[in-house]
Ligand binder design. Structure first.
Ligand code: ADP
Ligand code: MG
Length: 266
């Protein structure tokens, strides 16, 4: 399949990024002073304890929330609103239950003005990419969780975004399905070259998928704004062997970074 020609990932620039939310007790700073450059096509995993601002960062990249201050650019453009250059995959699939798999995936191109025929052809390519051709006429309720998440991924990729944002996308899947989705996503990322920012609670998943793992810490409930604690490049060949000693070393090191900062505030 040759979809990658037009799907070049965008670089991301994050500098001095801060997000403050209003609250009854006055403004609270959820994130402060984030600095991070992401290369075009890079796969970034974001880990850290609950409340450290992972979803807030993702929502700002998506354009659902605006930064309070700082620089946030995708492909050289300041993010001011959601756009078709950025696709978001959530844990709960977010499919339209009244549309078939094909119609769900074709929805984006249709919205962007493609003819029914062009949109369907395009959707079929991405349904093939995620291995669902034989169920393309089914409705979401007739599919397993893993299959629904594949549809959600195909639907985002069908818009050929420059950036794919994923917020704990495999969190609701059983362990076996999750493992196969990770391998699938690795293959798709290799084929498409879409810059990807992937939030997960699983350090193993992060080490398996990412070029670099971003460890975040802090958060409102810790009395200190969420921030980037460490950036860990994963220098392992693909496909990665989760049982290899080096893999385990990365896992331990990153888990240690997360636990250390959870304990800081106790
Ligand atoms: N819209 C909002 N209004 C007020 N507070 C928010 C809002 N969104 C997130 N927060 C707060 O920001 C902090 C970070 O949340 P979040 O980004 O969801 O963390 P994570 O995804 O790492 O668990 C939390 O304390 C959360 O309550
Ligand atoms: Mg979250």
């Amino acid at each position: 399949m040759t979809t990658s020609a037009t799907a070049l990932g965008a670089p991301i620039t994050i500098a001095g990024l801060t997000k403050t939310f209003p609250s009854e007790a006055g403004p609270v700073t959820a994130l402060a002073g984030l600095d991070l450059d992401i290369a075009a096509g890079e796969f970034i995993a974001v880990v850290g304890a609950s409340g450290c601002g992972k979803s807030t960062l993702l929502r700002m990249l998506a354009g659902f929330e605006l930064p309070t201050s700082g620089i946030l650019e995708v492909g050289g453009n300041t993010v001011t609103a959601p756009g078709p250059d950025r696709g978001v995959v959530f844990q709960d699939y977010g499919l339209f239950p009244w549309l078939t798999v094909l119609e769900n995936v074709a929805y984006g191109p249709r919205q962007n003005g493609s003819s029914r025929k062009d949109a369907a052809e395009r959707a079929e390519r991405f349904i093939e990419l995620v291995g669902l051709t034989r169920v393309s006429q089914r409705f979401p309720s007739q599919l397993s969780g893993g299959m629904q998440q594949r549809v959600a991924i195909a639907r985002v990729l069908c818009n050929e975004p420059a950036l794919m944002l994923m917020d704990e996308p495999f969190g609701a899947l059983d362990a076996l399905t999750r493992g196969s989705m990770q391998r699938e996503l690795e293959r798709i990322h290799h084929e498409m070259g879409t810059t990807t920012v992937f939030v997960t609670h699983s350090v193993e998943e992060a080490v398996y998928l990412a070029d670099r793992v971003i460890v975040m810490a802090g958060g409102i409930s810790h009395g200190t704004p969420g921030h980037i604690e460490a950036v860990v490049p994963i220098e392992l060949d693909r496909s990665r062997d989760v049982n290899a000693a080096q893999f385990t070393d990365y896992r331990r090191r990153i888990s240690g970074l997360i636990i250390q900062h959870e304990n800081d505030d106790e």
